[in-house]
Design a protein around this ligand. Structure first.
Ligand SMILES: Nc1ncnc2c1ncn2[C@@H]1O[C@H](COP(=O)(O)OP(=O)(O)OP(=O)(O)O)[C@@H](O)[C@H]1O
Length: 273
């Protein structure tokens, strides 16, 4: 389970109202894309889901419990840049979360725990297409490889919720298409719920189960600070994409298993998508 419930959330910075009265329920294992004009508060909203920012008013629940007031292992995050640490190798970057979880100050694992973590990290690097790059530093990797690394780094903690802030925005179109395929596979194969901010509508409609648009309802320049953005559109993708289930579109456009790609009865009914 990894359901997010956002209830009547407001966010203000001083006199500026950034978000007003935002309510949204994100089903477990959904993939929600957040879109909207620049500066409307999408990243702020994502940072609140991460626990880096607190709502001024309202509540955010993860599986019915109030979200802790700081980032935690149940929420992974990938930003457009700078998600990985430049002074650590690819393997070191993926291991770091485990090491910090084991010992917050020394950030080291020992003995069999370390061996197991290394094996898991190598497996994940292979999963994201980085086998052989374990000992490279981020500066030695292309932009696409760094974002794959950032995904592996987030995934090793098996987050309930993966938060993506324009993670593929800086990549060339070809590389971006490749990483979209990877992202879809990871979403199908893991249990996580994904919330992704993107400027790219095509990306939103390619990956998400649901596209949610933020906008200011009143946008007169003199009122910019007084009215925040809220959800103005909420579009469920049709035909529905369901984590772990093949698409009714063939061949294998969305689904994880091509041989199941054409059957309508593969689609289990699910929540509000
Ligand atoms: N820590 C902060 N302190 C003060 N104001 C902030 C802070 N963080 C964000 N803001 C303001 O909140 C508004 C929304 O910013 P945010 O980055 O969330 O928008 P966005 O929709 O993600 O924009 P973009 O699409 O351009 O990345 C902006 O006016 C920004 O200046």
């Amino acid at each position: 389970m990894s359901e997010l419930k956002i209830e009547k959330v407001w966010k203000e910075y001083g006199d500026q109202i950034v978000l007003e009265d935002v309510s949204l329920t994100v089903d477990s294992r959904a993939f929600v894309a957040l879109v909207g004009p620049s500066g409307c508060g999408k990243s702020t909203f994502l940072r609140m889901l991460l626990g880096q920012e607190q709502p001024t008013r309202g509540t955010i629940l993860l599986d019915g419990a109030a979200l802790p007031a700081e980032p935690g292992a149940d929420r992974g995050v990938v930003f457009q840049r700078y998600s990985v640490f430049p002074h650590l190798t690819a393997l070191g970057n993926v291991l770091l979360g485990k090491e910090l979880a084991a010992s917050r100050y020394k950030a080291r694992l020992f003995g069999s725990a370390r061996r197991n973590a290394i094996e898991e990290a190598r497996g994940l690097l292979a999963e994201v297409g980085l086998a052989g790059a374990e000992n490279k530093y981020p500066a030695q990797l292309s932009g696409g490889m760094q974002q794959r690394l950032a995904l592996a780094q987030a995934l090793i903690m098996r987050p309930k919720v993966l938060l993506l802030d324009e993670p593929f925005g800086a990549l060339d179109p070809g590389i971006r298409a490749e990483i979209h395929t990877l992202m879809k596979r990871l979403w199908h194969e893991t249990q996580m719920t994904v919330v992704m901010v993107t400027h790219d509508m095509r990306e939103a409609f390619t990956l998400a189960t649901r596209v949610v648009a933020f906008e200011r309802r009143r946008d007169r320049p003199e009122e910019k600070e007084r009215y925040g953005a809220t959800i103005t559109k909420d579009i469920s993708i049709w035909p529905p994409r369901i984590a772990g289930a093949a698409s009714i579109f063939g061949p294998d456009r969305d689904g994880p298993v091509s041989s199941l790609g054409h059957r309508r009865d593969d689609l289990a009914p699910s929540g509000d998508i």
